[in-house]
Design a protein around this ligand. Structure first.
Ligand SMILES: [Zn+2]
Length: 119
């Protein structure tokens, strides 16, 4: 997989983790005993890591990511059977072909989300 795609996927994982932490804020005490650090501290660490990973991306990819992430929960979506799972529009065959399997950073022409191909 293209290194930029890997970074984008990791960022998405971290953001999902962040949301889950926030949503379980009611169980704050339980969380704190599990993590051994406060929720706010944990969120801060996630934010710092996301920032660091964003910085490692080329400006073009980073600014595109920031733009998409601002209006979508998931900036990166899988293509399954030739369909973008962000907007459920069929992506061009060339884009979905085996030759280009996650070796390049691609985005959906319909919704703009980053795409990664899975079987
Ligand atoms: Zn799409």
């Amino acid at each position: 997989m293209h290194p930029h795609l890997e970074i984008l996927l990791e960022i998405q994982d971290l953001k999902t983790q962040r949301r889950e932490l926030e949503e379980t804020g009611a169980d704050r005490e339980v969380q704190e005993s599990v993590f051994g650090l406060g929720i706010d501290e944990a969120l801060g660490q996630i934010d710092a890591k996301v920032e660091e990973m964003l910085e490692s991306l080329p400006t073009a990819v980073r600014s595109r990511y920031v733009r998409i992430a601002a209006r979508n929960t998931r900036a990166m979506v899988p293509v399954i059977r030739g369909t973008c799972y962000g907007c459920f529009v069929q992506v061009p065959t060339a884009l979905a072909s085996d030759a280009a399997r996650n070796e390049e950073v691609r985005s959906c022409q319909s919704c703009g989300r980053f795409l990664y191909l899975i079987d």
